[in-house]
Design a protein around this ligand. Structure first.
Ligand code: NAP
Length: 246
């Protein structure tokens, strides 16, 4: 029986991906900053472990406690709607520490066992914002584009060891807690008010195609289980349209 370790399982894509792998017979290590047992079914194939991806000691503890892992899903992350000019250094660091360095450090922590076994899959959840430039999300986009770049280089480096690495690029998913958890700074600055209103109107368009949590869970499943899965897997109708150049 295979084991998947997933980050950011308290809501959204991480929670849906946990349910998908568990329903399909996998052992799942569902990690959360503040573990909650009540979100998931009781099962001897499901463990909830504490993990804050910005804390190296937390990463070490979670990897030790998890035992052998076949697939790592780096899903934890947060967004920010901020004019680049007004982005504070603190927010910039937090975005990169969670979305980028957190993904890198957890990956590094699991690579020795993948290499020793000659097998393993890394699935990094980034975003369709890296496919088409949008205003007011420059630092968030940069934190995810950096993950795209290191994953694609790492994939080539690790292929000789039997290790695969893939990217899942979700589109906009209003049903997750992403919008509530996103940071907002400087949006009332007069110079950016109109841009922000246009941006928010686009986000709230009820007719625009969106991404559903199961689109992402299926894309992660494909990356984990299909040795011929593409390196980049857009997830959701909007992300697929962007990937086609729409
Ligand atoms: N929803 C979208 O529109 C969208 C689109 C493209 C890509 N994405 C990406 O998809 C991923 C999942 O987002 P989502 O939509 O499912 O949002 P979500 O519902 O807000 O889930 C994000 C998860 O990440 C966790 N997290 C945040 N910081 C963490 C940290 N330092 N250590 C460990 N876990 C942490 C959160 O945990 P807590 O409960 O502890 O905060 C939460 O479980 C993110 O990487 C996001 O950037 C989202």
């Amino acid at each position: 029986m295979k084991t998947v370790l997933i980050t950011g399982c308290s809501s959204g894509f991480g929670l849906a991906t946990t349910r998908t792998f568990h329903d399909r017979g996998w052992r799942v290590v569902a990690t959360m900053r503040a573990p909650r047992e009540d979100l998931l079914p009781r099962s001897d194939r499901l463990r909830v472990l504490p993990l804050d991806v910005t804390d190296p000691a937390s990463i070490d503890r979670a990897v030790q406690a998890a035992g052998p892992v076949d697939v790592l899903v780096n899903n934890a992350g947060f967004g920010a709607a901020v004019p680049f000019e007004l982005t504070s250094p603190t927010l910039a660091r937090e975005l990169f520490e969670t979305n980028t360095l957190g993904t890198m450090l957890l990956t590094q922590a699991l690579l020795p066992q993948f290499r020793a076994r000659g097998a393993g899959v890394i699935v990094n959840v980034t975003s369709s914002v890296t496919l088409k430039a949008l205003p007011l999300v420059a630092l968030y986009t940069a934190s995810k584009a950096a993950v795209n770049a290191f994953t694609e280089s790492m994939a080539v480096e690790l292929a000789p060891f039997g290790i695969r690495a893939h990217l899942v690029l979700p589109g906009r998913a209003p049903a997750t807690r992403f919008g509530d958890n996103a940071r907002r700074e400087g949006l009332d600055h007069q110079a950016y008010v109109e841009l922000m209103q246009q941006f928010l109107a686009g986000m709230r368009d009820p007719l625009a195609p969106v991404t559903h949590v199961d689109d992402v869970a299926e894309a992660v499943w494909c990356a984990a289980t299909d040795p011929d899965a593409p390196r980049r897997i857009p997830a959701g109708e909007d992300a697929l349209a962007l990937a086609r150049g729409g």
